[in-house]
Design a protein around this ligand. Structure first.
Ligand code: ATP
Length: 258
């Protein structure tokens, strides 16, 4: 990754990162996470998660592989079929793709809910404000008037009319305990995570092994393409998706470059 030498270490604004740089997406993500930490929306541990993700993305070839594209289409179909879809936002998600999450929520008519591993009232508020600055109208998560069963107190907090009541939830970059607890509640769970062996994609109904920077806009594109599809067509897409095959294809690409 020595190409990074050509970019100043202290980039003031992301526009200074040349788009034709071979490590552009990686540099952009690092910059956004750093900025998120400075703004108080991302926890310092978010940089560690980002580093791990970036190593997997490097091995994936920093592209959306075919099985991930299929997963993103199946995820879009699930969200369009849902009665009550909710998109969960943590500090990394808010730093990396705030406007893309707002856009996806609008396309599939979902709610956005802030949900943090390291929850403080200040960070909750800062993320809600950040999402509103990027076009969100209603942001859930601040009420915290319901609990996910079988999780410790802080991580269990959700809104009764948000994640608690959702039938389909998108949980990007989620920690394994919460992903397992949400699955146990019987929700249809869509996970975006670059590590196919992490517990969250392992328990997901739709594991998306792709960088969130690429996955979210691609899901919105698929949802727009499917906007006129009827329920039978959407259900057929959902049923044709094979979660085991998607996980295996991603692992195969990472381990063997195939
Ligand atoms: P588990 O508890 O499920 O084993 P973990 O401890 O590996 O999970 P965390 O550190 O809580 O997971 O979450 C970070 C996860 O998000 C990692 O698996 C990492 O690969 C992934 N990740 C980080 N950045 C991105 C990104 N930009 N796009 C997609 N996934 C990412």
């Amino acid at each position: 990754m020595s190409d990074d030498d050509t970019v100043p270490a202290d980039v003031e604004h992301e526009a200074e990162i040349p788009e034709d740089h071979p490590r552009y997406q990686d540099l952009l993500s690092r910059h956004r996470i750093e900025e998120g930490i400075e703004k108080g929306i991302t926890h310092l541990q978010g940089m560690h998660a980002e580093g791990r993700g970036s190593a997997f993305d490097y091995l994936l070839g920093e592209e959306t592989i075919e099985s991930a594209d299929e997963a993103e289409r199946a995820a879009a179909a699930h969200l369009l079929l849902a009665e009550k879809p909710v998109l969960s936002i943590n500090g990394n998600v808010a730093a990396l793709v705030p406007e893309k999450m707002v856009e996806l929520a609008a396309v599939v008519d979902a709610d956005l809910e802030v949900n943090l591993f390291n929850r403080t009232p200040e960070r909750m508020q800062a993320i809600a404000d950040h999402l509103r600055d990027h076009g969100a109208e209603d942001v859930k998560g601040l009420e915290a008037d319901a609990r996910i069963p079988n999780l410790d107190h802080q991580r269990a907090k959700v809104d009764a009319d948000g994640i608690y009541a959702a039938d389909v939830v998108l949980v990007p970059l989620e920690d394994g305990d919460r992903a397992e607890a949400l699955e146990a509640m019987g929700k249809t769970e869509i996970v975006i995570d670059l590590n196919p062996l992490s517990r969250s994609p392992q328990v997901a109904d739709v594991p998306i092994v792709d960088n969130i920077l690429r996955a979210v806009p691609n899901m919105a594109d698929h949802a727009r393409d499917l906007a006129d599809a009827d329920a039978a067509e959407l259900r057929a897409i959902v049923e044709a998706f094979d979660r085991e095959a998607a996980l295996e294809a991603a692992e195969e690409r990472i381990r063997n470059g195939l």
